[in-house]
Design a protein around this ligand. Structure first.
Ligand SMILES: [Zn+2]
Length: 78
């Protein structure tokens, strides 16, 4: 009797625990994405709006002030 009760109670307890943990996390993620539009944008460092130049070697976006390309190491400033 006791063994059957534990067998039934343990998965139910784990499920409750999972729901209690997962729901606040999902709500938090949803809230963060809803409030902050930047968080919902796909993360592409090379296509970031701060990229104002293109590396002559690998043709990826580089930022002003960079001495070398962060992707291939190409020297950017003469
Ligand atoms: Zn490069």
């Amino acid at each position: 009797m006791m063994g059957f009760g534990m067998l039934l109670g343990l998965p139910l307890m784990l499920l409750t625990l999972l729901v209690l943990v997962a729901v606040p996390v999902l709500v938090l993620v949803w809230l963060v994405r809803g409030v902050n539009p930047v968080a919902s944008q796909p993360f592409f460092p090379a296509a970031a709006p701060t990229a104002i130049a293109v590396c002559p070697n690998c043709h990826r976006g580089v930022q002003a002030g960079w001495q070398n390309c962060a992707y291939c190491g190409q020297k950017l400033k003469a």
